[in-house]
Design a protein around this ligand. Structure first.
Ligand code: NAG
Ligand code: NAG
Ligand code: NAG
Ligand code: NAG
Ligand code: NAG
Ligand code: NAG
Ligand code: CU
Length: 589
């Protein structure tokens, strides 16, 4: 990083900046290991850090730069790294989603990730293995625009990551949560919230300057509302897409989402102000006593100035679909359409599971990408990826529509790797019962993001151009829900991928083997469509008894475990009989 910045400074001094497009290669050595830290100032615990430190180094680069991260895994289990929102075009082995395009880094070994930063915006870099990102393995990644596509004037960036924080390790909590001891899929509320993975955040600001505040939601499950006292906010970016500025009172961020807002400081330094980041209690099953929902950072105009008088603030929401990207991409009629019905329920192993079309994801023996590259023409057949991979195979260079129908009561922030997709519509109820997609004009330019919030018992419809062959997960980014298996994979243009990507099995086979995977063949590690060795996963409990039966069973079991919390969860469940009715209609037997 320093080296790159230094080069930049030198080239600016030499006056080279205006004649050459600089693109730097930024190379980092990251040793991933456990360290002791006290991120919320309330409790010291073991967290996952880098090079013996926590929080992790912030990543920053210019558009066009390449980031190389040589990661060593010094944990006692496999791990991985993923650049959230980065397209990984031509670097399909660097996306880092374990079991999809990566076998993970075995303990004691290294892996080199390559991120070509071809798009400006606010991103983040985090583990894509188990709950490791919730235990600390995450940081911001800001890609600065070059002058000619810098759509807004601002003087400086302020980067705020917002997260919930648990005093117990996600690794341990996850084991309990995904077991038959937690049949109703209860999600424990966090112990606190943190900004920038540290207890205190103070920003010194100057008068009459414009700051771009970049917000990154690195939460497990918390939803934040952000507001700056005394300053009008203008929303200009969502998930790496610059949009026509919208004045907002506050912004709402779901897990894994990013937003940028501009604020202009006052001409006269009179007060110091607070930036508020409030966690929304509606997204928790339970709010424990003593959980401070309302976090703050400080904007300091002058050390000796008084604090601004307290302000009443309310939570505003900006509909994604009302935002208009500055760089236009017009709506196209889709050529292929997939429907994903998402749910969470107890399956026949007694544990809670996330479901896509009735199937809970189970890691195949061979990561999807490696199956795509080693099964010839079979790669275009969804069967080759196994019965539990939720694989959706696309053609090349056509428009793909994905309809997500959520029959569960919780809202789910769905993330797709490899693309910024257009959001055509999102709302309550099912898409089939809605007015459909409203094509407002031939040059309709829908908002593009990489995370879409699918409301509880609601729907969302997204589209993207299948021009990036690879294996791209589409999953809920609520970390608990992802652990429950609410996960599918877009198998994008496998035959095209075979033409453009050379793959030497021996490059990855040793690491894959150490982590329990194979590096070639179908989902069972065999050839052709012989899938007898492909992993299986639990299945649905007979629906005959479902609606009332499961509620009764689950209620008795869980009440013993979690007491009051489950009653709250259940009052949510019971008030929504319709969800159960719809499940019966939509789930396969
Ligand atoms: C970009 O704009 C800044 C401020 O206007 C200027 O100082 C800088 O030289 C420009 N860089 C290039 C590469 O044009
Ligand atoms: C592994 O990573 C460490 C630190 O990240 C680095 O010092 C070392 O050179 C790497 N080893 C190899 C073989 O690349
Ligand atoms: C962050 O993401 C989590 C998980 O989706 C979500 O519950 C929370 O509301 C988000 N917070 C913000 C500020 O977006
Ligand atoms: C947190 O902020 C919200 C919004 O201003 C407010 O309604 C709520 O009362 C605050 N909660 C606490 C505990 O201060
Ligand atoms: C993708 O499709 C468009 C329009 O159908 C065509 O112009 C373009 O050449 C295609 N690109 C590739 C790489 O095949
Ligand atoms: C479609 O969008 C237009 C323009 O925003 C709006 O006037 C119209 O009511 C919408 N139609 C439906 C069916 O939602
Ligand atoms: Cu979810």
């Amino acid at each position: 990083m320093y080296f790159a910045n230094l080069l930049q400074a030198v080239s600016t001094i030499l006056g080279l900046a205006s004649v050459v497009v600089r693109s730097e290669t930024i190379e980092l050595d990251w040793d991933i290991g456990f360290v002791q830290a006290n991120p919320d100032g309330l409790y010291e615990r073991r967290v996952i850090g880098v090079n013996n430190a926590f929080p992790l180094p912030r990543l920053e680069a210019n558009m066009g730069d390449t980031l190389i991260v040589n990661a060593k895994n010094s944990l006692d289990r496999l791990t991985s790294l993923h650049g959230h929102g980065i397209s990984f075009r031509n670097n399909v082995f660097s996306d880092g989603a374990v079991s999809v395009n990566h076998c993970g880094i075995p303990p004691g070994q290294n892996f080199t990730y390559k991120l070509e930063l071809t798009e400006q915006g606010t991103y983040w870099f985090h583990s894509h293995s188990g709950g490791d990102y919730a235990d600390g393995l995450r940081t911001s990644l800001v890609v600065h625009p070059p002058n000619d596509t810098k759509h807004f004037d601002y003087d400086e960036d302020i980067v705020l990551t917002l997260s919930d924080w648990y005093h117990e390790e996600a690794y341990t909590l996850g084991k309990f949560l995904t077991s038959d001891k937690n049949p109703a899929g209860y999600e424990p509320p966090p112990n606190s919230g943190i900004i920038n993975d540290r207890p205190e955040n103070i920003y010194n600001v100057d008068t009459d300057k414009t700051y771009r505040i970049r917000l990154i939601n690195t939460s497990t499950m918390a939803v934040f509302h952000v507001k700056v006292d005394g300053h009008q906010m203008r929303l200009i970016e969502v998930d790496g897409t610059d949009v026509n500025a919208v004045e907002v009172e506050s912004v709402e961020l779901h897990p894994a989402q990013r937003m940028s807002v501009l604020i202009t400081t006052e001409s006269e330094a009179k007060f110091n102000y607070l930036i508020h980041a409030d966690m929304d209690p509606d997204y928790f099953d339970e709010v424990p006593d003593g959980l401070n929902l309302n976090l703050t950072a400080s904007l300091i105009y002058g050390e000796n100035l008084p604090s601004a008088p307290k302000e009443e603030h309310y939570w505003d929401t900006v509909e994604d679909t009302s935002l208009v990207p500055i760089e236009e991409q017009y709506y196209q009629e889709p050529s292929q359409e997939f429907t994903l019905i998402s749910d969470i329920m107890q399956l026949d192993d007694g544990a809670p599971h996330g479901l896509i079309n009735g199937v809970t994801y189970r890691m195949p023996k061979v990561p999807i990408l490696m199956t795509m590259l080693t099964t010839g023409e079979d790669a275009a057949n969804p069967l080759v990826y196994g019965p539990r991979s939720n694989a959706f195979v696309t053609d090349f260079n056509v428009t793909i529509r994905v309809i997500i129908e959520n029959v569960h009561l919780d809202a789910h922030p769905f993330h797709l790797h490899g693309h910024k997709f257009q959001i055509l519509t999102a709302g309550p109820g099912s898409f089939i019962d809605s007015n459909g997609v409203n094509i407002t004009s031939p040059d309709w330019n829908p908002v593009r993001r990489d995370v879409v919030l699918v409301p509880g018992t609601g729907h969302a419809v997204i589209q993207f151009l299948a021009d990036n062959p690879g294996a791209w997960p589409i999953h809920c980014h609520n970390n608990w829900h992802m652990m429950f298996g609410m996960f599918a994979v877009i198998v994008e243009a496998p035959l095209q991928l075979q033409k453009t990507t050379s793959y030497d099995v021996s490059t990855y086979s040793d690491q894959c083997m150490l982590n329990g995977f194979k590096a070639e063949g179908n989902a069972g590690g065999d050839t052709g469509l012989d899938l007898k060795n492909a992993p299986d996963s639990p299945t649905l409990i007979n629906y005959g008894i479902h609606a009332k039966g499961i509620v009764a069973i689950v209620f008795c079991t869980i009440a013993a475990f979690i007491g009051i919390a489950s009653t709250i969860y259940f009052s949510k469940q019971l008030s929504e009989d319709t969800a159960f009715e719809r499940r019966k209609l939509m789930q396969p037997e």
